[in-house]
Write a protein that binds this ligand. Structure first.
Ligand SMILES: N[C@@H](CCC(=O)N[C@@H](CS)C(=O)NCC(=O)O)C(=O)O
Length: 259
C-alpha cells in the first residue's frame, strides 16, 4: 500500500488525497510536522539536500514521488478508469494545475502573514496529537516553524498588493475557463477541478457547515475582498465538494483529515 506524507491544511496534499480517494487507491496517510519530521521524511524519500515539501508518495519498488502533479499522474496510471487526467486533455489539466499553483503560492504568502499576526490562528495549527494544555506554552515553537515556512515560500521584493493582483489575474482565468460550465473540462469531472478547488482554500477555506463561525485559522486563510469578487467560484467549489468529495473510503469513513 502507498504511504502518503502530507499536511492536512495544505492545498497540494488536499488535491492528491482527493485524487487517490476518487480513484479508490488505498494509501496510509502520515501527517508531516515541519521541522519535527523533516529529517525522517528526507531519509525515506532520499532528499538529502535542498528544501523538503509535501506531499510525498512512497510505494513498493522504490516509488518516491515528491510533487503532487507526479502523484496525480501516478494515480491516473494506476486507475485510468477514474478519468482523473484524460489523455486527450492532459495538457489542459496540466495548465489548470499550474494555475492552481499560482493561486495557492500567492494566497499562501498572504495567509502566512495573517497567521503569524494572530495567536489564535497559530494555536489552531497544532496537530491533534499535541494536548490542548501545552499548546499555549509551545506557541513560540509554532511561531518559529511558521516563520521558517514563510521565509521558504516568500516572494522577496513583492508587496501584498502584488500578490492580490496575481490572485485576481489567476482567478479571472479560472472563471473564464469555467465559463458557467459544471466542470473545467467539457468531458466531465477531473483532476483539473480538484486542483483548482484545493487552491481556492486560500481565498476562503471550505466549510462543510456554513452556519458555523470561521475559526481563527480559517479567517487567516481568507481574502475577503477576493472571496466577494469571486463568490461564483466559491459557490461552484462548495457544490462540487458536496457532490464529489467522498466522505467514505471503501465504505468506511476516511480517517485522514485532509478532506
Ligand atoms: N508544487 C509542490 C508544492 C508543495 C508545497 O508547497 N508544499 C507545502 C504545503 S502546500 C509544504 O510542504 N509546506 C511545508 C514545508 O515546506 O515545510 C507540490 O504540488 O507538490
Amino acid at each position: 500500500m502507498y504511504r502518503l506524507i502530507g499536511m492536512p491544511v495544505s492545498p497540494a496534499t488536499k488535491r492528491v488525497c482527493w485524487a487517490l480517494d476518487f480513484a479508490d487507491i488505498p494509501y496510509h496517510f502520515e501527517e508531516y510536522l515541519p521541522q519535527i519530521t523533516t529529517s525522517w521524511v528526507r531519509l525515506r524519500s532520499g532528499q538529502f539536500s535542498g528544501p523538503v515539501s509535501v506531499p510525498v508518495l512512497l510505494g513498493k519498488g522504490g516509488i518516491k514521488l515528491l510533487d503532487s502533479w507526479d502523484i496525480a499522474l501516478r494515480a491516473h496510471h494506476d486507475r485510468p478508469q477514474a478519468g482523473l487526467i484524460p489523455d486527450a486533455h492532459r495538457e489542459a489539466v496540466a495548465q489548470m494545475n499550474t494555475l492552481s499553483e499560482q493561486i495557492f503560492y500567492a494566497g499562501r504568502i498572504l495567509a502566512l502573514d495573517r497567521v503569524l499576526a494572530d495567536n489564535h490562528a497559530l494555536l489552531d495549527l497544532f496537530p491533534s496529537l499535541i494536548p490542548g494544555w501545552c499548546r499555549r506554552p509551545m506557541l513560540p515553537v509554532m511561531r518559529n516553524t511558521i516563520g521558517a515556512i514563510q521565509k521558504k515560500y516568500a516572494d522577496p521584493g513583492s508587496t501584498e498588493q502584488d500578490q492580490i493582483k496575481k490572485l485576481d489575474n489567476a482567478l479571472s482565468q479560472v472563471r473564464a475557463r469555467l465559463d458557467g460550465k459544471a466542470y473545467v473540462l467539457t468531458d466531465g469531472f477531473s483532476y483539473a477541478d480538484m486542483t483548482i478547488i484545493a487552491a481556492l482554500q486560500v481565498i476562503r477555506p471550505y466549510q462543510p457547515d456554513n452556519s458555523q463561525p470561521q475559526s481563527a485559522y480559517e479567517k487567516a486563510w481568507s481574502c475577503e475582498t477576493l472571496a466577494t469578487q469571486y463568490g461564483d467560484l466559491l459557490q461552484w467549489r462548495d457544490r462540487i465538494y458536496k457532490e464529489k468529495r467522498k466522505i467514505t473510503y471503501r465504505n468506511k469513513p476516511t480517517k485522514h483529515p485532509a478532506r
